[in-house]
Ligand binder design. Sequence first.
Ligand SMILES: *Cc1c(COP(=O)(O)O)cnc(C)c1O
Length: 231
Amino acid sequence: MTDEERYKAVADNIARILDEVGEEKAKYRSPDDTVRLMAVTKTVEPDVVNSAIRCGIDLLGENRVQEYLGKKDSYLKGAEVHFIGGLQLNKAKYIVGDVSMIHSVDSLRLGNEIDRLAKARGIVQDVLVEVNIGEEATKHGISEEELPELLAGLSELGGIRVRGLMTIPPPGTSEKNFERMQRLFCDNRSVYPAFDTLSMGMSADYRLAVRFGSTIIRVGSGIFGAREYKI
Ligand SMILES: *Cc1c(COP(=O)(O)O)cnc(C)c1O
């Protein structure tokens, strides 16, 4: 594929996804609900990411600290960046204050480290708590059972503001788990007034996620094509 063909494919994919999101919204959501389309950039070269920004993408999702640091100066200005991957404590210093939201807080230890760095930088860092809704042993995220205690602990920290929840359900379980997430989100929104973000839905299941109240769908391969290697 030439670069031009690649950019054209990205543009077509974005247009198609936005159409589909519009259809689901019309069926299941209220007209003034916002559903943002995040372009997940892992393994994608900056010039291709920039072609998505030129198509109107204003939110990028970054998974890996090292990869992000190597690419960020090549991105066109104007797109907001969220960090969505697992974040090690010793790498948090590169991310806090550099991105507008971190989707993957799943422990008080990580929350405390983000809080410490944010205070040192004189900012409040927006975060989401990642919920391991399918209770998969290998996945990141806090269990539904332990969520209340974690949210209570994080709410004491002045350097972070918890804006909502994020999840990646196990393959084939999206419908039932998105429904559970929607309920968890609504329950906690009545406790934590800053809750306004529910990050769920990827290439395989974003339509369902829109149906169950997602406010950010995170789409990688659906926009940029299949990744050549896994990360
Ligand atoms: C890779 C990734 C995505 C996007 O996955 P696709 O299936 O390529 O759309 C979304 N969220 C997270 C956390 C990811 O790591």
